[in-house]
Structures are given as structure tokens and as C-alpha cells.
Write a protein that binds this ligand. Sequence first.
Ligand code: HEM
Length: 294
Amino acid sequence: MYTPQAGIFALGTSSHAYLEFDILDAKKSKEFASTISSIHEPRTTTGGVNFVIGFRPELWRDIAPNHAPPDVEGFNNAIRGAEGFDMPATQHDALVWLSGSAYDVIFDMARSVVHDVAGQASLTEETSSWPYRHDRDLTGFIDGSENPTLLDAPDVALLPEGVPGAGGSVLLLQKWKHKTTEWEALPADHQEGIMGRTKLDSIELENKPPDSHVARTDQDEFGEIFRRNMPYGTVDNHGTMFVGFSADQKRLSRMLDSMAGLITGTRDALTRYTQPLTGSYYFVPSVESLRRLR
Ligand code: HEM
């Protein structure tokens, strides 16, 4: 019985940091993996920190071939969608996602992680995020309504017992910058048609347009995923940090293709108002697999 990394399911935290690293010397990836898997949260019963450690899937296969799913791949190629819409590929070697109740503990722990891996890996992408009006994305819509509950989420997000990588998860991390001025110029009912749900209370529209976001990512068609999205950014430059876990990478990659208009030719209307700046897949191994590296 494998144990998933607890941070995947640690809902309700108000401060997040996503640290993406590139290894400096490819020959020393095992040393790096040993360092990163030795990080631990501050030992306290109050202001604790959750973390999730992920590896570029091909790197993880090199490090732990017997504990890696054979067919998971990094975000190695940009997705060239309909009408010139692009999703860039910005794959890095490893991710540490920290979350907690306040930014001070996240900040301190992030600095200590960067310090621990100095000389082995460089921090190449860093984003912090925070909840907006309890459960809303910066578009103003409630995000996560169709998420599985915490009782169902492990089945959705984790590779099952008996397969290589059991207890691990495939994570898609994608930073989307909103075109806020254009979005906010739309009347609320037009925004609702784009999302496919009502803005105030997130009720699914009866006749949702085929190019609405929820039609393009319909889990009845693509399979279920577990989302931990968060708003990020400044007053002038902000959007959604998409954080999606799945037991099966195909569910995530097919949703992206569908949003880009590559499956039916219909592009997700939401992609006209927000643009992905990054895109990486990480394999998030079980606790037992991580411990083995220390
Ligand atoms: C800027 C980026 C994005 C924003 C603001 C956004 C926002 C939302 C919102 C407001 C909903 C409706 C409520 C809910 O069920 O959560 C939703 C649904 C959903 N989104 Fe996104 N999303 C974004 C990107 C993505 C991406 C990249 C994926 C997949 C790779 C995705 C997958 C889904 C799924 C699976 C649902 C539920 C669909 C269903 O009803 O079965 N979203 N999203």
C-alpha cells in the first residue's frame, strides 16, 4: 500500500509558492533527487507547511526506473491550436510546491529549499499564489465546483496499487495570464456562456455553448481530474495557476488539445481571454518512492 504526498490533498491553504528547478549537471541528477527528497516541513503543530515534490517524468524514470510509469512524458512540445492559439512548453526538471496558512512560513521554507539545492539546481521559475474571495478565480467565477470530493480524489489522482509508480500522480502545472480588460468589458451573461456556468453560484447552464470551457473540458468525455488552481500575480499582471492532478496523463493532455481546438475544431472560448505562459508535467511520486532516494 503506497502513500501519496499529503500536500496534493491539503485544501484550504491561503499561501502558495511553486518553485521550478533545472539541474545544473545532468550526471548528478541522483544527488539532486536525494537532496530534494530530504526537505521537510518545520516541525510545529501550528504554522506548518505542506509540500509536493514532482520530477520531470523522463528524469524520474532515470532515477527510479522500477517506480515510474512507463508512458508519462514531459510537456516537451508546444501545443499549436486552432486560429494561431499556442500553449507553450516550458518543462523544467523538478517542482516544489509549498502551501500553508501564511506567506511568511512559505517564504522561509522556499528560501531554505533553494539554499539546500544550491550548486545542484537553479530556480528557473517562481510563482506565488493566494485565494481570491474564498473560492473564486480572478475571472470572478467559482473554480473547482466539479472537483471530486476528498474521498473520491485519491482514485482520480493516484496511480493504482500494482502498477509502476503506484501512489504517485501526474501533475500539469500551467500559468495562465488573464486579459483582464477584455474579460471585464464583457457583460456577465456573455462571460457565463464562455464558462458554461453561472457567475454567482456556479450552476451549469442547461444549453451550454459547445465552445464553453466546461464543454471543452467535460470530464464525462475525458475522464476525471483533481484541480488545485489558484489565482496568482499583481494588480497589473495576473491570472490562474492551473494545478491539475490525474492518475492518467491522457485525461489532462486531451483536455488541453480540446481547449486548443484540436479535437473537434472548436476552440475553448476562455482561451480568447487568458493565455498560457508556461506548461510543465511532473510526476509526483509516492512517499515511499521519495524516502528511498534519501
Ligand atoms: C485560465 C485557466 C482556467 C480557468 C480560469 C478555469 C476555470 C474554470 C472554471 C471557473 C470552471 C467551472 C467550475 C468548476 O467545475 O470548477 C472550470 C471547470 C473545469 N476546468 Fe478549468 N479553468 C482553466 C483552465 C483549465 C485547464 C487548463 C484544464 C485542463 C487541463 C481545465 C479543466 C477543467 C475541468 C475538467 C473542469 C470541469 C469540467 C466539467 O464540468 O466536467 N481548466 N474551470
